[in-house]
Write a protein that binds this ligand. Structure first.
Ligand SMILES: [Zn+2]
Length: 106
């Protein structure tokens, strides 16, 4: 004999809209959000990742420029120039300070 089955209540999307209310659309199975908000959150996460990477790159570039400026100052003083050439290997001189092994600019 067939018995009537009750539909299980669907979990609702937990996305909080700009007005502070929940979305309240049915969430996808085993997920916290509806299809629309899963896609939206995926886009937001991708954008946040991109912005973080862009910020790290900008910071690294700024740090690189500060090393180059520091090298410019140090090269004006013969003892400091001797020290920088003595204590840093060729790779560091080139990649960090933008210098040739003899202390000239690349
Ligand atoms: Zn939603």
């Amino acid at each position: 004999m067939l018995t009537a089955r009750k539909a299980r209540p669907a979990k609702l999307c937990q996305y909080i809209k700009a007005d502070g209310n929940f979305c309240r659309s049915p969430a996808l199975r085993r997920r916290r959000y509806c299809h629309r908000h899963i896609e939206q959150r995926r886009r937001e996460c991708r954008l946040a990742r991109y912005r973080t990477i862009a910020k790290l790159r900008a910071d690294a570039e700024e740090e690189q420029k500060s090393y180059v400026r520091m090298a410019d100052v140090m090269l004006k003083s013969p003892p400091l120039k001797k020290m920088i050439l003595k204590y840093f290997d060729d790779d560091t001189l080139r990649d960090t300070f933008g210098l040739n092994p003899d202390g000239s600019r690349l």
